[in-house]
Design a protein around this ligand. Structure first.
Ligand code: BGC
Length: 435
C-alpha cells in the first residue's frame, strides 16, 4: 500500500503509482547528502477518553504472511509459506495471521474461471496450519491488479473467484475470515467499489451466511476513505479495514517498489531530525515531497509531518468511523521498512501498535519476508527490533526471545500436492516470552 499525505491525496490520486511488491532490494536512487539522523526512543502517552471500537471477534494482534501466496507464483518473491511462519506467529503470542492470496493468478482467464486445484490445496494447508494452532486466519484476495485498472472487465471473474473460495470453505470454523479485496485503487473508485463489494458480499453470503467479512476502503485502504465504504446495513458481520503507513515517506523510504520521489533516506520518526534527510532528486523536484521534507526538517514536533500527531490523525478517523457505524474497524497492514534507522522504526511500530490496541482495533503487521520482515523463518526467530516494538510497551526493555527451537523451514514448507497433513510444527522453545 501506499498513500500520500492527506493534503495531497486528491492531487496525487492518479500520480501515486503503486507498483507491485517484489523481491526487496536497495533503491540505488541518486540523492543529496545527509541521511545520518537518529531519533531518541519515544515514550508513548496514550490519550484518555477514547471509546474502543467493537472487537473483531477475538482478533487483536497478528501478522501478514506477505509475498508468499500473493506473489505472481509461489516463491517468486522469496517467500514460501511454511509451518514455521505459523509457529512463529503463535510463539509471539499473536492470535491471527492474514494470508494474502493472488487467486487471480491461479484461475482460468475465461468462464468458469476455475481455480487451480493444486493451488487451492495449498490454501487448504495454510488454513489448517492456522486453525490447528488456534489462530484466526484472514483470507485476503490480494494483488488483483487487473481488477483495479479494468473493473468492469474483471467483475464476473472476481465474483466467480469468491464463489469458489466461499463454497470450498463454507464449513470451516468462524475463525476463518474473508477479506474481499486488498487495497482497492485506481479505476475501482469508491462508487464502483461499493457496487462490487455488494455483489461479492451477496455471492459469499449464499454459502456463508454469517462468516465475518472484511472490506477495505479505496486508495490502498487509506483511512481517509473508510467513511466512503457502504455495506449492507442489515449484515452485522462485516468489518471495515484500513492500512496504516503514514507518514509514507518515513515508512517507505527507499522502497524499491515505490516511485522515485519515495527514494529519500535518513528520515526518522518522530521529527524534527538532528540531521537532514538524504533527498532523492525526484523528491526534491516533486512539490509535495519537497514541501513535506522541508516541514519535516524545520517544524517543531507539534506541527511536524513525521509525528505522533500525524499518526493519531489517521487513527482518529478510524475511531470516528467505528463509533458512527458501530462496526469493527481492522488495521490489516502496518509496517516500516528496514532502511529506516532502527530506533525510529521501533518508535513507529510501537506507537502504531499501541494506538491500535488503545482504540480496540485489531492490528496485523505487514511482513513481506524482505525489507519489511518481522519473522525470520530461516533463523526460526523474530527480528529483534520488531519483536521489541510489538511485545514491549516501553522502549529500552530487553528484546523478547521469540525463537523456535527447531526452525527447519525447508521440511515444513507448503506442500506441493496434495495438501500435507498438519501437525508437523517444529518444537517450540518453551522458555521464550510471549508477552
Ligand atoms: C502490498 C505490498 C507492499 C506493502 C507495503 C501491501 O499491501 O501488497 O505490495 O509491499 O503493502 O508497501
Amino acid at each position: 500500500m501506499k498513500l500520500v499525505p492527506a493534503l495531497v491525496l486528491a492531487a496525487l490520486s492518479t500520480a501515486c503509482v503503486h507498483r507491485e511488491a517484489g523481491p526487496a532490494s536497495a533503491s540505488g536512487a541518486e540523492s543529496t547528502g545527509g541521511g545520518k539522523a537518529v531519533a531518541a526512543p519515544l515514550t508513548i502517552e496514550l490519550q484518555p477518553g477514547i471509546t474502543p471500537a467493537k472487537p473483531l471477534l477475538g482478533l487483536k494482534r497478528g501478522v501478514n504472511l506477505g509475498n508468499g501466496f500473493d506473489a505472481p507464483s509461489i516463491g517468486a518473491w522469496g517467500v514460501t509459506p511454511s509451518e514455521a511462519h505459523f509457529a512463529l506467529a503463535k510463539k509471539a503470542g499473536l492470535d491471527h495471521v492474514r494470508l494474502p492470496v493472488r487467486f487471480n493468478a491461479h484461475a482460468l482467464k475465461d468462464a468458469p474461471y476455475t481455480i487451480d486445484a493444486e493451488f487451492f490445496a495449498k490454501i487448504d494447508w495454510a488454513i489448517d496450519a492456522a486453525l490447528s494452532r488456534d489462530l484466526y486466519l484472514v483470507l485476503d484476495l490480494h494483488h488483483y491488479e487487473e481488477l483495479m485498472t479494468e473493473p468492469a472487465a474483471h467483475e464476473a471473474r472476481a465474483i466467480a473467484i469468491w464463489k469458489q473460495v466461499a463454497e470450498r470453505y463454507k464449513d470451516r470454523p468462524d475463525k476463518l475470515l474473508f477479506e474481499l479485496l486488498n487495497e482497492p485503487c485506481k479505476e475501482l473508485n469508491p462508487e464502483r467499489l461499493n457496487a462490487l463489494h455488494a455483489k461479492l458480499i451477496a455471492t459469499v453470503r449464499e454459502s456463508n451466511p454469517t462468516r465475518m467479512l472484511i472490506v477495505d476502503g479505496y486508495f490502498w485502504a487509506a483511512a481517509n476513505y473508510l467513511e466512503s465504504l457502504v455495506v449492507p446495513a442489515a449484515d452485522p458481520n462485516i468489518a471495515l479495514s484500513f492500512h496504516m503507513y503514514q507518514p509514507i515517506l518515513f515508512t517507505h523510504q527507499g522502497a524499491a517498489w515505490m516511485d522515485p520521489e519515495f527514494q529519500s533516506s535518513g528520515i526518522v520518526f518522530p521529527g524534527p531530525p538532528n540531521a537532514p534527510a538524504s533527498r532523492s532528486t525526484a523528491a526534491e523536484s516533486t512539490d509535495w515531497t519537497r514541501s513535506w521534507l522541508d516541514s519535516y526538517e524545520r517544524n517543531p514536533a507539534s506541527t511536524n509531518p513525521s509525528s505522533v500527531d500525524a499518526v493519531r490523525r489517521e487513527f482518529d478517523i478510524a475511531t470516528r468511523v467505528a463509533a458512527k457505524t458501530g462496526r469493527s474497524v481492522y488495521m490489516g497492514e502496518f509496517g516500516a521498512i528496514d532502511f529506516a534507522e532502527p530506533v525510529s522504526r521501533e518508535n513507529y511500530l510501537r506507537l502504531v501498535r499501541r494506538e491500535a490496541e488503545h482504540r480496540g482495533i485489531a492490528w496485523t503487521l505487514w511482513d513481506d519476508g524482505g525489507r519489511m520482515q518481522g519473522m525470520d523463518v530461516h533463523e526460526g526467530t523474530w527480528i529483534e527490533v520488531v519483536a521489541r516494538a510489538l511485545l514491549n510497551d516501553q522502549p529500552g526493555g530487553p528484546a523478547p526471545a521469540v525463537t523456535l527451537a527447531d526452525p527447519t523451514p525447508s521440511s515444513t514448507a507448503a506442500p506441493t500436492s496434495p495438501a500435507a497433513p498438519v501437525g508437523s510444527a517444529p518444537a517450540l522453545d518453551t522458555a521464550a516470552a510471549a508477552e
